[in-house]
Design a protein around this ligand. Sequence first.
Ligand code: ADQ
Length: 463
Amino acid sequence: MSRIVVVSNRVAVARDTGKTRARAGGLAVALEAALRESGGLWFGWSGETTQNRHRAPKVTTSGQVSYATLDLTRAERAEYYNGFANQTLWPLFHYRMDLTAYERGQEKGYIGVNRFFARHLAKLLRRDDLVWVHDFHLLPMGQELRRLGAPYPIGFFLHTPFPPPEILLTLPNHEAIVRSLFAYDLAGFQTPDDLRSFHEYVTREVGGEVRRNSTVSAFGRTIRAQAFPISIDTGEFAEMAESEPAKREYERTRASMRGHKLILGVDRLDYSKGLHEKFLAFERFLERRAESRGKVVLMQVAPPSRGDVAQYREIREDLEQLTGHINGRFSEPDWVPIRYLNRSFQRANLAGLYRASRVALVTPFRDGMNLVAKEFVAAQLPEEPAVLVVSRFAGAARELSDALVVNPYDTDGVADAIHRALNMRRKERIERWSSMMSVLENNDLTAWRRGYVRALRRTARTA
Ligand code: ADQ
């Protein structure tokens, strides 16, 4: 059976422990479990910078999995990571044209880093490997590998949304971005909506053709394109909620609440997550439901990310101010409405927090999937589950349609949903939770990975 080679911007190397692991984002968490099961190679950026322009990958091995990482120069990090990936593609793919900056030089740097990675990766590949490239940092990777003569099946999975053509067209090099997807054998998206946006671009903008058997033709190539909604290790997460660290976190949090109901938010500090508007909705709820004052607490866990990018520093300041404003306005000597934590947690502790809450507020403006929503459901106590309030613009809302699905732009609507969630009877909570849980049991991380890899292998056979 062929080896799987995962290529992603960051590599969560097995020897990482403690804080490094706790900080791992959704992508790392998902891939780590996938590779542990099948064995293979994980290749990407080390996260480090160096002055040395002559670099070779650092390779470590743990069990059946090897990890190969490369350092970047400061200029490469600035252009590729902080530049084109995080200031152009990330905001654009999250429908934020207002925040999208485009610099031709950064785009060149982005392609240069992809080329540099491809050159080193190609030397580590074996003939029967299956290569699986992840996310918006590495869109041109397939093309670069092909240029070096790569014969293997290469798949790509996009963890973010794929925007509709009207938005993508604002990018000067939009065609090059879409063309780069055609170097792969399989292009995977999070949801059918993202896939539809891709189809629309291909048919409307470049005269391509979409067929019923999931293939798409354009630029003289035919590839498969499908939606593969990413998931979590549902069983493992449910077990983790029963672990000792989870129980301790649960007890500590419950004791600190002194009978108040906990509304929980857990999001990377990112403008796509709609945090400012979430806080405004909570403020509106407190304004309109005076009887709830002194009885509920919003705990928002928001570890900072991408601190080198100005917009991320601004959102941090903005939220600190807004928290101060709301707390200043409503606090009593014995009650503070918002607890705002700029830190990350170990996953088991997070599971304890999920279980200690009565409501989760997951209200991004756009999110490829949102694994927090899924983890929250998986961590619940079956006989006393909490209520998930989720934005209709998170990919997860499609599968978790038994949550209270809200429009994050509608402050009053979210405030109403908070009220409804806090007052929902146990019977309804259990019904909604059971149906969401069975969705997550059917489509867990293993099902996602197998579905993707099976589709990629199939392209190898039909090529
Ligand atoms: P993210 O934008 O990082 O992921 P998300 O899917 O919610 O968003 O994943 C976050 C992960 O980080 C979760 O597993 C969560 O447990 C963890 N996490 C969050 N806060 C934490 C904290 N304080 N401490 C420790 N861990 C924390 C991107 C896309 C998403 C997509 C995923 C996977 O933006 O849309 O769902 O990749 O494809």
